[in-house]
Design a protein around this ligand. Structure first.
Ligand SMILES: Cc1cc2nc3c(=O)[nH]c(=O)nc-3n(C[C@H](O)[C@H](O)[C@H](O)COP(=O)(O)OP(=O)(O)OC[C@H]3O[C@@H](n4cnc5c(N)ncnc54)[C@H](O)[C@@H]3O)c2cc1C
Length: 407
């Protein structure tokens, strides 16, 4: 049987996953109502736009898919069905031409989300999608109807199918609080604990360092945790370290801290130079100079870098050029805790992938589908978060349509 054009579908959560599900469902002829607890939609997408809106990544799928770690096998068919090229074509169809940055990341040329979101909402309106903001979904009532808290009091809805796309729990002021985890757990859905992903870490800086260097970047460094070495930038904060290179290692470091209480990160301040080269340059400086002067004159270490060495190796840096060069190539920092989930870029944990079928329907709640960051997957920054949010939104919508067709 063809999907019923009269099917009424509720999509809860108006982020990338929910809006994408709404588009696919409305295009198939469903009557779609999108609910969101905030006064306006797509707030996290707009925030992602502040960083240029890294939509996806241009690398081939055999490199792309393993970025999802333990969830890669489950997400693979969904992303293969909506690969980066499809997402790029979709954005271009909304008038948002894209380009591939030097790192292989894909961005809209506008380098922001607002024109894309505006065009997208106009398209959804044209498809007849109704958007109801200030509707905070609170669960189901005894009759199985969806319940919402609204400024005007309680509201209910009894659609033919529901897509939940409620996001993770990072940046809660943008709308996604993770409050759904308790509601779903009570409904018998397995939910893995929500954890920060792509987040910074606490370092027990000395008082002097903590007051002097927050906001200063460590540029062009190499960070090593365990066997993984990452080149990039890290930012010093009052609490510790943030930034792209830290985020890239953050899942492994988070899990190590959970196991062992702390984790040791190694910083190489001059990753392009060998120890012997650094040693030779340091040896050319007069031995009676202070370590800070020798580091500045021979190797252009900034005050931040020199003081970071002191944080790592102790106040008295070695005077021997070989030992000093070795210290620059490997400065150990003790990371004591991951920053709170509210400050993280994304969320790990969520609806267990074992709790949904191949169409992303909750097996404990037939007719209810889940999409986006609320599912239990995580990935580094680089466009992988939005790509999976969009692809799972499409998958959940197609799941709704398949179920309707089969009924
Ligand atoms: C600062 C920042 C920058 C980022 N930059 C990038 C980037 O460049 N590239 C990238 O790939 N990813 C980026 N991300 C991550 C990306 O934005 C998210 O992964 C993506 O938005 C998740 O989409 P989603 O639809 O699953 O959830 P969300 O975008 O979080 O949307 C969920 C929606 O559900 C609503 N909601 C939640 N609970 C309820 C409820 N009970 N009732 C009703 N509505 C509810 C929320 O209000 C929200 O609108 C960034 C994130 C942050 C914080």
């Amino acid at each position: 049987m063809a999907p019923s054009s009269a099917a009424r579908v509720a999509v809860i959560g108006a982020g990338p996953a929910g809006l994408m599900a709404a588009e696919v469902l409305a295009e198939a002829g469903c009557t779609v109502t999108v609910y969101d607890r905030m006064p306006s939609v797509g707030r996290k997408l707009l925030m992602a736009g502040r960083g240029g809106l890294n939509l996806t990544h241009s690398e081939p799928l055999e490199r792309f898919l393993p970025r999802y770690g333990a969830a890669a096998a489950r997400l693979a068919p969904l992303i293969e069905a909506v690969p980066p090229e499809a997402l790029i074509a979709w954005a271009e169809d909304l008038g948002q031409a894209t380009f591939v940055g030097s790192s292989g990341r894909v961005f809209p040329k506008a380098l922001k989300a607002s024109p894309l979101l505006r065009a997208w909402l106009a398209k959804l309106q044209g498809l007849g999608v109704e958007i109801r903001t200030r509707h905070d979904w609170t669960g189901w009532n005894a009759k199985g109807a969806l319940t919402f808290a609204t400024p005007g009091g309680k509201a209910t809805a009894s659609p033919d199918a529901t897509v939940l796309a409620l996001g993770g729990a990072s940046w809660p002021k943008l709308g996604s609080t993770g409050a759904w985890a308790e509601v779903l757990a009570k409904a018998g859905v397995a939910v893995s604990p929500l954890k920060p992903a792509n987040a910074g870490f606490d370092v027990d800086w000395s008082e002097v360092f903590r007051d002097r260097f927050p906001g200063e970047p460590l540029k062009g460094v190499a960070l090593t945790f365990g066997r993984v070495r990452v080149r990039g930038e890290a930012m010093v904060t009052r609490h510790g370290l943030e930034g792209g290179a830290i985020y890239a290692l953050s899942a492994d470091i988070r899990d190590a801290i959970a196991r062992e209480g702390a984790a040791r990160l190694w910083i190489d301040l001059r990753p392009d130079a060998r120890v012997e080269e650094l040693q030779a340059k340091l040896a050319q400086q007069p031995a009676n100079q202070s370590a800070a002067n020798r580091l500045r004159k021979a190797l252009r270490l900034t005050p931040l870098e020199t003081n970071l060495l002191r944080e790592a190796h102790g106040k008295d840096l070695p005077s021997d050029p070989a030992a000093l060069a070795t210290a620059i190539k490997g400065a150990p920092l003790q990371l004591t805790a991951i920053r709170p989930i509210a400050r993280a870029i994304s969320t790990a944990g969520g609806v267990a992938l074992g709790a949904v079928d191949a169409d992303l329907m909750l097996t404990a709640k037939p007719g209810v589908f889940a999409a986006g960051e609320m599912l239990d997957w995580e990935a580094p920054t680089g466009g992988y978060l939005l790509q999976a949010s969009f692809a799972t939104g499409v998958a959940a919508a197609r799941g709704v349509l398949r179920r309707r067709a089969a009924s």
